[in-house]
Structures are given as structure tokens and as C-alpha cells.
Design a protein around this ligand. Sequence first.
Ligand code: NAD
Ligand code: LMR
Ligand code: MG
Length: 599
Amino acid sequence: MWKVVRFAASRSRKFSTAIPGPCKVHKRGTDILHDPWFNKDTGFPITERDRLGLRGLLPPRVISFEHQYDRFMDSYRSLEKNTEGQADKFVSLSKWRILNRLHDRNEILYYRVLIDNIKEFAPIIYTPTVGLVCENYSGLFRRPRGMYFSAKDKGEMMSMIYNWPADEVDMIVLTDGSRILGLGDLGVQGIGIPIGKLDMYVAAAGINPRKILPVMLDVGTNNEKLLKDPLYLGVRQPRLEGEEYLSIVDEFMEAVHARWPKAIVQFEDFQMKWAFETLKRYRERFCMFNDDIQGTAGVALAGLLGTVRSQGRPLSDFLKQKIVVVGAGSAGLGVLKMAVQAVSRMSGGSGTAANSQFFLIDKNGLVTTERSNLDPAAVPFAKNPRDLEGLTEGASVIEVVKKVKPHVLLGLSGVGGVFDKEVLKAMRESASTKPAIFAMSNPTVNAECTAIEAFSHAGENIVFASGSPFDNVDLGNQVGHVNQANNMYLFPGIGLGTLLSGARHITDEMVRAAAERLASYMTDEEVQKGILYPSIDCIRNVTAEVGAAVIGAAVAEKQAEGHGDVGLRELANMSKEDTVEYVRSNMWYPEYCPLVHEK
Ligand SMILES: NC(=O)c1ccc[n+]([C@@H]2O[C@H](COP(=O)([O-])OP(=O)(O)OC[C@H]3O[C@@H](n4cnc5c(N)ncnc54)[C@H](O)[C@@H]3O)[C@@H](O)[C@H]2O)c1
Ligand SMILES: O=C(O)C[C@H](O)C(=O)O
Ligand SMILES: [Mg+2]
């Protein structure tokens, strides 16, 4: 595995005095003040106010960026104080609103406060609050963000795509709103997810926010409550199915490719059947990936390898770990596929070892070959009842845990509380010295168990990870460390690495390289304390490492074509450290630049 070089967090770059290069603007006067990309609020210097026709349109005093930043943080802190003791949902939405207002007004300041305070703000602009925002989106809607392609736009998309004002787009996150976190079908309201994921792209990967595009494909909804809601903003019809559905996605993908042939499209929160189908349909034709299948698999694999290390065992012991996966959807099956591939590689290509160590459970219990109507995607992981020694088709989570005594219990079911007290207590009998519990479903209420439940019922020696953040648990004489096993540790690096390599497609090897780099990011000392993933505070460093690994794999796989001035030959000649530096130096960083008017 590659050696990881750790750099200081981005905080050290705060308020540098170097003047960034100029930025061309084709507007003047109030049009600039109303454009969140160019707007500096009271921060426009006097000479710029003269040049751009802003003199008199702002109060006379010029406020520095640093001062504006402090002012925003002060108002944020006051809001926190004023909402103390109120219901969690109210507080979270109030925090989201104040950040969203800044986002709508002044993007440079917004992204600066986000980057500098990522640990505090990620749970608001991303999981879990983004789930609440999606649930309430029709009521919260004030200003549009991103693009909406609906079932009514068939035949129009090739021209509609030109309505987007930016000539260059690098990164698109696309959803059809059919499986938003563990909250189900939220129709058009799911747009919050692409927006939140792209905010993470800017914060974690330094993708230029002028080159991102959140997209909602509104093909209807089967959510009866939304269809009846007079405020619902989406198309009021049941979801399109079959060829009708695919023809809409096809048309969108072709329109994107026609305008921005190098843009990367991340599919997000599609219901399972379309998640798998679209990945298969487009991965050889376009530069795309499915985050819930591939990003999640990579993050989970990194955690599973970390679990082996945390037991003080060599990585080859991964072959001996018994792993129970609860949830046979796009995420759970993606994790199993990648874990089986890892086992196959480690064991020199035999796929059979895999079958004996993995157990898959869905809403009907343990998945076996006896299951009628077994989903084809789950077939490779279905157990042969002959090998089960006492367990039968449909066995419950508790029956499986008691019998198998797994090293790892991993939840991607979307169902809160599935790891109940009895299940967690049964994990005390695990064959591992450090049993691992991964409650990866989002948002928080959908987590299979909470951190406190895990440590108090399964024991203090466990390793714990959850998809949504929980506080560390005070165990008296020690800390029960909570890891956040969320695909946010990988998708930014997969996207940025792909972009900077100029790869036309995203291969399994590129995702595998990303996962392995994430796994190797942690030191033995950290892993032995149960810390499997880095703190989100250093997410830019993680992304630089992951992005470099993706570039390395793209070059090795002959997918890379180079990016901008950096050709394939230069990429191929870069050392590992140079590649990390190349990724790092291509990260956009929010600073006010002098605005130059151009007609
Ligand atoms: N942490 C992360 O990075 C991450 C990434 C992707 C998905 N997720 C979360 O994983 C969850 C599932 O996502 P998905 O795309 O696989 O959804 P999905 O709808 O495709 O699959 C859900 C699966 O859970 C099973 N299930 C439902 N109820 C169950 C129960 N009571 N017991 C056992 N299994 C049950 C279903 O049968 C199905 O197989 C969501 O909550 C999502 O937010 C987390
Ligand atoms: O959105 C997240 O936080 C992770 C994941 O993509 C999910 O669907 O839950
Ligand atoms: Mg997702």
C-alpha cells in the first residue's frame, strides 16, 4: 500500500495576503450584487465599485473578507444560542436556512466558512440534515439551484441543457429521487441530495463551484402523500417505468455528453433496480459511477480491512472474518461484491472462500438459494442451505448472529433499530476479540442502532461505525470512538481523480485503488484504538490521497488521457508524491478575486 503523507488542515491557509488572479465578469451594477458567484456584499473595494458601476449601491464602508467571515460566524453562534433547548428538527433546519441564505447570496464566503468548519457544517448541508431538508423541500423552496429535467421535457433536453449558464461543467450529481437516504421516494424533493453532495465536492475536493451541476430527473413519484400535497413542486404522476423511464435517462445522458463531453456524472439515490441497470447501461459509454453502489462499497471495504487491523491481525486474516450484511439493496450488494473481489484477490482467485464467510439478510431474512423470486443481483451471495448447519431460509438477524458469531455486523437496510438490544448483546459472543458494528444507514433515525446502544449492549471492546455522525461515547475510563462510515470519504476523490486523469470511464480498479488508499490512510496506532476513518477535518487531505490513487489506477488501466496542460506522459511519469501534489494544487480555494468587466 502507498505511504500516505499527511498535511496540515486547510485552516492554515486562512486569509492569505497574496492577491488571486482576476476574474472576468460580463455584468455591471445590481446584476453583480444579485449574482452569488460574483457578489462580495460589503467587501467590494472602492476602485472595483467604480469599475463595475457599484458606487452608491452599497453602504460606503468596505468590510474585509475576514470581518465578513467573523460577522457570519457571530450570527451563526447567536442563532445557536437563541435556539438552545428547542426541538432538534427546528434547530437543524434553522442552521440549514442561515447557511443556505449565505449560499444564495455570496458563494465565496459560503464555501470558505464551509471548508474551515467542515466538521460542524457537514451534518447540516449533508447527512443527516439534508434528509430533513428533502422531506420539507417544497415548503423550504425559495430559489432554484441546479437543473430539473422532467418527464414532460422529452425531446427537449438537448436544447434545455444549454439553458445552464456555465460553459464548463466538470461534475454532475444526478438523482431521480426514488430512494433518498433511508427515507424512500421523495420525488422532486430529492434535489437536496445532489446539492449536498456537490457542496461536499467543493469542500472536500476543491471542485470549482462554477463547474458543478446538481440535477433532478423528475419522472414522477409513487409517494401518495406527496402526490396529494398541494405544495408538492414535482410532476404529479406515478413514476415512469421500463423503457419509458430509460428513454428519459438516455436522453439526459446524451444531452450532457453533447454539451460537456468530459463531465463526470455521479448517480445518487436511485432505487436499486435502476441503480444497477443504469450503471450497467452507461459505464462503458459515459464517464459515470454510482456512488451508493461503488462509493459505499469502497468505504465499507476500507472499514472492513481496518477492522482486521484493529484486532492486531494481518490483512490476510480478512479471509477468516465472518461478515453479516443486513440489507440487500444497491448499497449492501455493492459492498458484498467488492468484499468478495478482495477475498478472491487475497486468496489467489478462488471465489469459493467468499461464500462461506458472508451472510446476506434482507427484509425477508437470511437470503438462500431456496428463496423464490430471488433478485438476480443477490444470487451470487445466496447461501446454499446445505452449508448452513441449522440456519434456514429467512432466518432472522438474531438467529443468524447467534449461530454465526460474526466478526462484523454491517447494516445497510435503511431501517432504524434493526440492531436491537438482543442482537447487540448476541454480538458479545462474536468470534472476534474486537467485534465490529457498522450501522451505515442514513439519516440518523434510520441507523440500525445508535452509538450508545452499540457500546452499552455489545460491549466496550467493539469497533463502531455509522453512516450519519454520532458523538463519541464516554465509557468512563476510555472513549468509545465513533467512526463515520460514509461514502463522503471516497466520492470526492473518485470524481476529482477521474477529472484530473482525463479518464473516459471509471473502472472497478479505479474504485478499488481509492478504497485501498483510504484504508491505508490510518496508522496502526489509530486503528488499534478503533479509529478506522480519518476525521472529516482533514477531508481535503484524504481526497488528495484518494484522487492520486484514482489517477494512478487510471494510468495503469490505460484509461487516462490527461487533463488541461498535463498530458498522459506527464501523468505516467509522476511519482506518487507528485501525483498527490498535482491533485492538491488543482483544488479550488475560495478567495475574492479582483473582478474585471468584459462586455
Ligand atoms: N453510509 C453510507 O455511506 C451509505 C451509502 C449508501 C447507502 N446508505 C444507506 O443504506 C440504506 C440502504 O440503501 P440502499 O440503496 O441499499 O437501499 P435499498 O432500498 O436498495 O435496499 C434496502 C435493503 O434493506 C432490506 N431491508 C429492509 N428492511 C429490512 C429489515 N427489517 N431487515 C433486514 N433488511 C431489511 C431490503 O430488503 C433491501 O434489501 C439507506 O438508509 C442509505 O441511506 C448509506
Ligand atoms: O448521502 C449519504 O450520506 C450517504 C449515502 O449516499 C446514502 O445514500 O445514504
Ligand atoms: Mg446516496
